[in-house]
Design a protein around this ligand. Structure first.
Ligand SMILES: C[C@H]1O[C@@H](n2cnc3c(N)ncnc32)[C@H](O)[C@@H]1O
Ligand SMILES: [Zn+2]
Length: 448
């Protein structure tokens, strides 16, 4: 990188503090075109083409030498519980309901805002390292999440996870937390961070409370983020209690619309998929979490794509994944579909890359997710010198099937450099802070 006029140090912290007009020279696009990319100081891509650098060298504050790199859009993680990085490895190899009620929820009862702040700092670090520039996050103490995200410089849609089990007082408390978050995020005026409402799932929020959430999402025009049809037990219980599938129940309570991002969808029927398509709802697919928690069925991608449902990709939390690497998620998605539905052509490489980029941006409502003039510069430069990228018969295939997060060299979000040639400011402080925060959480739980 040469920053005009003179410095070249990657540790020059000024380089990471704000968006500047930038020229990336001689990078390769997934279609194998060698190009320069120029974006302005608002972070908007202005021009892409072979050898535009002569025309724009004078306009750019920063020049990044992109030779030896492949440029792909920054990745969108559309379902996670970021601060659960602190619970990584805490409870593995268990049945989902037992895992939640016996291990996860009891430990989460001891969480403080400080834990969530450090857990989210660690999550953002891990995401940036592996090329992710945006997340759709559902958790608790979300103002602390917002602070960590703001410091990291990524995009995020944030919601407080609403769990009421039918208790009216709890609903009031959860709606207050949601309203407080919405107000807080709006007052911060960060165009990258947006509020949402997060009824956890149809099995933790009963129909009359789902209706309250749906109305709030409609009135405030914000995303409704939920879990849907993750396990067979959830679907069977819902049929027994409500006489319909969880998707039909979401629809009946007004929760299915183009603002809806529903995680999992493993047990959706063909009729459910049609309903989602008609409502314009989005699915966030989490194959690693689904396979690890043995949900027993893979999301029916063939039905969803036939019904024109936008399917994006997510990692879920770190205690069911156990990392936030969207490259691993892409590969797992592509091979899991082929294996489960016994179809070697299902979910090919190009589609899984779109799932992790443009479909994610569409689900979250950001005008990004592609490297194209007029869109935000959310760009990830991968090293072509990494063994997993050699040879380069098909860059898209290498990205979907061979690369992992460690091939990512430089990450740019809305024009701002978040990682340059593997360097992220304050990485060690974040790792130290998050480790001691995880120890503190377990100590607190042990004391009670
Ligand atoms: C927001 C809430 O969602 C929980 N959570 C984390 N992973 C899953 C999952 N796979 N399914 C359902 N809930 C989950 C978190 O532990 C938190 O309690
Ligand atoms: Zn989840």
């Amino acid at each position: 990188m040469s920053k005009q006029p003179d410095t070249t140090s990657v540790k020059d912290l000024e380089l990471y503090t704000k968006t500047r007009s930038t020229l990336i020279t001689g990078t390769l696009l997934p279609d194998k075109r060698k190009v320069d990319i120029w974006y302005d100081e608002t972070g908007t891509i202005r021009e892409i083409g072979p050898d535009i650098s002569h025309a724009h060298k004078g306009d750019a504050d920063i020049i990044i030498d992109g030779s030896g790199t492949l440029a792909i859009p920054g990745l969108y993680n559309t379902h996670t519980h970021a601060a659960m990085t602190l619970l990584r490895g805490y409870a593995d190899d268990m049945h989902l309901q037992q895992w939640l009620s016996e291990k996860i929820w009891p430990l989460e009862a001891h969480l403080t805002g400080d834990h969530v702040y450090w857990g989210t700092k660690l999550a953002c670090l891990e995401m940036i390292r592996s090329g992710t520039v945006a997340m759709n996050d559902m958790y608790f103490f979300m103002k602390d999440t917002a602070r960590a995200v703001e410091e990291a410089g990524i995009r995020a849609v944030l919601c407080h996870g609403i769990i009421t089990f039918g208790d009216e007082a709890k609903l009031e408390q959860e709606m207050k937390a949601t309203e407080d978050l919405v107000r807080h995020i709006r007052s911060q005026n960060n165009p990258l961070i947006r509020p949402a409402i997060g009824p956890h799932a149809p099995y933790t929020v009963p129909p009359q409370h789902l209706e309250v959430c749906a109305e709030y999402s409609r009135n405030e025009d914000i995303i409704l983020h939920t879990h849907l049809a993750e396990t067979k037990q959830e679907v069977d219980d819902c049929q027994k209690t409500n006489g319909m599938s969880p998707a039909a129940l979401l629809d009946k309570t007004g929760c299915l619309s183009s603002r809806t991002v529903a995680a999992h969808g493993c047990w959706l029927t063909e009729d459910d998929c049609r309903l989602l398509g008609e409502r314009g709802a989005h699915i966030a697919h989490n194959p690693v979490s689904n396979m690890k928690l043995a949900t027993g069925r893979a999301m029916p991608y063939h039905h969803l794509s036939e019904k024109k449902v936008n399917v994006s990709l997510g990692t879920d939390g770190c205690s069911s994944n156990n990392n936030l690497d969207m490259f691993e998620e892409m590969k797992t998605a592509a091979i899991c579909q082929k294996f489960f539905w016994n179809s070697d052509t299902l979910l090919p490489a190009g589609e899984v890359l779109s799932m992790a980029t443009s479909s994610g941006a569409r689900a979250l409502g950001y005008s990004a997710g592609e490297i194209k003039p007029g869109l935000s510069a959310d760009i990830c430069l991968l090293s072509l010198n990494h063994p997993s990228m050699v040879p380069l018969h098909n860059p898209v295939s290498n990205v979907a099937y061979s690369a992992l997060g460690c091939t990512v060299q430089t990450v740019i979000c809305n024009g701002k450099i978040l990682m340059y040639e593997g360097y992220i400011p304050q990485e060690q402080e974040i790792i130290t802070g998050a480790s001691s925060s995880a120890t503190d959480l377990l100590d607190r739980a042990a004391r009670q």
